[in-house]
Design a protein around this ligand. Sequence first.
Ligand SMILES: Cc1cc2nc3c(=O)[nH]c(=O)nc-3n(C[C@H](O)[C@H](O)[C@H](O)COP(=O)(O)OP(=O)(O)OC[C@H]3O[C@@H](n4cnc5c(N)ncnc54)[C@H](O)[C@@H]3O)c2cc1C
Length: 496
Amino acid sequence: MSGTGTTPTPDGTPDRAPIPARPVIVVGSGPTGLLLAGDLAAANVPVTVVERRPHGISNLSRAFGVHARTLEQLDARGLAEPLLATGSTITELRLFRRLSLDLGTLPSRFPYLLITPQYEVERLLEERARELGVEFLFQHEVVGLRQDSEGVDLDVRVPDGTVVTRRAAYVVGTDGHRSAVRRAVGLPFPGVSVIKSLFLADVRLAERPPGVLTVNGAGDSFAMIASFGDGWYRVMGWNRRHEVPDDAPLELDEVKEVARRALGTDYGMHDARWLSRFHSDERQAPEYRVGRVFLAGDAAHVHSPAGGQGMNTGLQDAANLGWKLAAAVQGRAPEGLLDTYQTERHPVGKAVLRSSGGLVRLARATNPALRAVRALVTVVLNAVRPAGAKALARISGIGYAYPAPRGAHRLTGTRVPDVALRSGRLYEALRGGRFVLITPEPYDVEGARKGWLTAERWASESRRTAMLVRPDGYVAWAAESAGPAEIESALAAHSG
Ligand SMILES: Cc1cc2nc3c(=O)[nH]c(=O)nc-3n(C[C@H](O)[C@H](O)[C@H](O)COP(=O)(O)OP(=O)(O)OC[C@H]3O[C@@H](n4cnc5c(N)ncnc54)[C@H](O)[C@@H]3O)c2cc1C
């Protein structure tokens, strides 16, 4: 094992002898950590994932919806097609009884929501990470850390119960909502509990529901049934008259009763393979970075399951951070690049918290004022096209843009769709994990730039914009009719 730490002292505390640093250690092998570790390895950055679970013991499959922007990110890693093969897609998103959003209108290669269990996303991401050489340490639990100006010492409890220190230049905490990394750097996780008592069940059904996703609320009950496409269905719901702690026993009969009240039928639920209670918090760390330590995914933000945003937002965090960390490790990050992780991703986390929390409050509305707001939201989103399109763009993740420097081209910071190139399409060109420069005329990439830059040309002769696309598919720089000198200076500004 490279970078293995020191032997513990007899009292169990690690000694502090110098040890070789691993460039990056990722703590937690949920979807966020797996995507991040794979991206770092793809950029030739040696990376270790430390995970407290034993290998093969699944992270409980919580998420089941994969949105358009996440599918685009997976496409940029060659994983969208295999993931699509594991589930079913839906083009209509029903939020309240009368509110329906048409995902088919999304300006994306993936104009739908993919319903597939979270473990399928994790399986593909782990396979990719392993193929790229990521080192995995299962049954290793992070219990503390210290950092100095050159690195981070991570205290890790290994399978025999002793604690060893592993050193890394950077550490990323993707260790979920109870993040030990977040606690170790002293960050609070302020917020509130938004739904006190929900249940989850994975069941088989005697009778098929009308669609891939069936949702309704009636009185105090709410239920949602999603088809995984393989004969198993995920049921999620609540009964506001029966709010109990997460560890209270749950029987299938309770799930069936709530479904009957909310949906009019329980579709003959049987053979539950998983029954679980949980509650839903709305929390966000004020900082996503403390020195050499970063937070991503649920470690940085948690929100209500409404809109299916948690895993999707975590994967976008990882896609944003991976190439920046790789550039820092390889000494080609421009000044301030690592700070843009906070300035770009924290506002998105905040917006997701606000929108998913708003949806849940409206869905659970009992007082007349909130019910009136819900009716108004329903009318506006159904009837006013731009409002509906904006809501869809946010939910699907394609509507977010990052802040651009003053005076920058209007496209700077925006998401680039899957545009046609002479050699193919953009999200195929992004599979190298490099920046993509798209120009009207040929541009030769020379020397060290080959390591981080691919040059492409627009398929359309009429496009005169020169555009530098970041590895995560956002515009780093753009200019109209730029000459070679202007392009050169943009490339220099983005390579440190
Ligand atoms: C009912 C429900 C439905 C949901 N539906 C959706 C949905 O449809 N779409 C969506 O996008 N999201 C959804 N989510 C949210 C989604 O499941 C989470 O946001 C997602 O799992 C977060 O991924 P993560 O990698 O950040 O963290 P996690 O998946 O929590 O992974 C963290 C990992 O870190 C490990 N770990 C923890 N502590 C340590 C430690 N000290 N040392 C080492 N390892 C450690 C854990 O074992 C775990 O493997 C849902 C959640 C719930 C509860």
